[in-house]
Design a protein around this ligand. Sequence first.
Ligand code: SF4
Ligand code: SF4
Length: 208
Amino acid sequence: MPIKAWELDPHFKYEIMQEPGGEHLTACYQCSTCTLGCPITEIIPSYNPRKFIQMSLLGMRKEVLTNPDLWICAICQTCTARCPQNVVVGDVLSVLRRIAEKEAEAGNITIESPRPLFEKAFLHTLEKYGRLYDMGLAMEYYPKREGSKIKGMKAMMDDYRGFGMRMFKRGKMGPLGGHGMLKGMRPSKIKQREVMEKIFEWAEEHEK
Ligand code: SF4
Ligand code: SF4
């Protein structure tokens, strides 16, 4: 990828370092230990967390924030544990995602990956029920990803045909509530859900 010097943002690294987890960014000396230990690279050989650090240091703001690979990281923190310079690589990637989401909300960039939509649906489910509810998650995620309810339902059926049926048969997911055969298809809310609500309130306040 050609680097256009006039498009670089020299303040980008400071923007990242102001955020929790991004503080040690400039300590990176590009040894590549993070990439060599990343389990994702076994599945996607082109994935390279070191490159995100390098591009951020160079000020390639737009290229970093619009790169779909930014959303691949599983935040397992293997890279962080191995970094000889104490760069919290997993957290730096989270910081980059948060900046990307804010820029997308402001209409400045487009995020190509559907993962932010999935994460939002996941958190909504957690906030609502206090536990994961696969069916609820899928019903929110697919229509948003596909841009319409009908297309979303079709995509969901395609994806869940084999795996979803196995979950359905075991009472792990389903469209109906009830008991007996249908028990477990709709999650009961956890006890003390107010604790979960407080966690979400706290997170929302600290995000501002
Ligand atoms: S392991 Fe640490 S120092 Fe080495 S490239 Fe990755 S972030 Fe930089
Ligand atoms: S935190 Fe992300 S980049 Fe680091 S090792 Fe895990 S998956 Fe790879």
